[in-house]
Design a protein around this ligand. Structure first.
Ligand code: ZN
Length: 329
């Protein structure tokens, strides 16, 4: 086995993929679409390890020469394009072509794992599509995608496809609870919802200083809007990660709206119900919708205007936020 076992929510899909390979349902390329933070990378490394092992059953044996070479990252028939840069350009595909031209050694086939297809440039994808269409050699391509584009859809069409949804909430909550003993269930639920139900991202958030930053933000909002502490705006000027703050504020406003429509069940910030209830009593719906509109405009500006001063714009939002609260009082 690999050092890292697959996550519990991947047990059945792992077995399914293995059966597909055994029965030749997947004979060359598999394309897996999955959102970030669901542990799909670990699943696919285990699938690769299984493919490469000579004495495999349901899992790779972990002992044979192929397994040992794979574990150390030195298996000559396994190729992975890892890249932390923004783009994977045509040079990487040229390297891949060179690799393919070398005869396989340990097995009679090769495995090529492309974990971040969304980082490939247009030209690199065109060349890859051509390669997949014309390739006669026995090569298993494993392609993982977090973000679909029109061009990537063309690549998807020529592969065997799997869409991996985030795990069921119950499974994720159980796993997160085991990992985060110090957090209560409302905090765990909040982290999961804020991360689009991706358990790994939620876990990362709960165990990083981001979680504390978020708590601080809510304390600041509470002090400023409810206790009338005027220091808040100055404290914003000290903050980093402003786009994240905008996202959190956006979820707060939508939570207040949900409460106004008696949809408490759908609130994302479960751990902040106290402040959501208080704010819902002092802001009216029209102003909340108007505030959402302002936040959308702000996000548009951040995305489309270079070197924009986000701090000033965020402060502007809060001045408005204060105004709508005071307006009602
Ligand atoms: Zn083995």
């Amino acid at each position: 086995m690999l050092k890292k076992k697959i996550y519990p929510w991947h047990n059945s899909i792992y077995k399914k993929i293995i059966m597909y390979y055994k029965n030749n349902v997947i004979n060359k390329s598999i394309f897996i679409y999955s959102l970030k933070g669901n542990g799909t990378n670990v699943l696919l490394k285990n699938v690769s390890a299984w493919l490469i092992c000579k004495k495999k059953k349901l899992n790779n044996c972990g002992l044979c020469n192929d397994c040992n070479l794979f574990k150390t990252g030195n298996h000559p028939d396994y190729y992975i394009i890892k890249n932390n840069k923004k783009n994977i350009d045509i040079n990487y595909i040229n390297e891949l072509f060179n690799y393919i031209s070398i005869k396989s050694q340990e097995n009679s086939f090769k495995i090529i794992y492309l974990p971040k297809i969304e980082l490939f440039t247009k030209l690199a994808i065109y060349k890859l599509i051509k390669l997949l269409k014309t390739n006669k050699k026995k090569i298993f391509f494993i392609i993982k995608c977090n973000k679909l584009t029109n061009l990537i859809l063309n690549l998807k069409k020529i592969c065997f496809n799997l869409n991996l949804n985030p795990p069921k909430e119950k499974i994720s909550l159980k796993w997160l609870k085991q990992k985060n003993n110090n957090n209560n269930i409302n905090e765990i639920k909040t982290a999961l919802y804020l991360n689009n139900y991706a358990p790994l991202s939620a876990n990362k958030m709960l165990s990083s200083n981001i979680w504390q930053l978020r708590k601080n933000l809510y304390n600041l909002i509470y002090n400023e809007l409810i206790n009338k502490n005027e220091l808040f705006l100055f404290e914003i000027l000290e903050l980093d990660n402003l786009e994240l703050y905008i996202y959190w504020i956006y979820t707060l406003i939508t939570d207040i709206i949900k409460l106004k429509y008696n949809c408490k069940y759908y609130i994302i910030n479960k751990d902040q119900e106290k402040i959501i209830i208080k704010l819902s009593n002092i802001i009216n719906l029209d102003n909340l919708f108007f505030f959402i509109k302002k936040l959308n405009k702000l996000q548009y500006k951040i995305k489309n205007i270079k070197n924009i001063n986000i701090k000033i714009l965020l402060i502007e939002q809060f001045i408005y936020f204060k105004k709508i609260i005071n307006f009602l009082k």
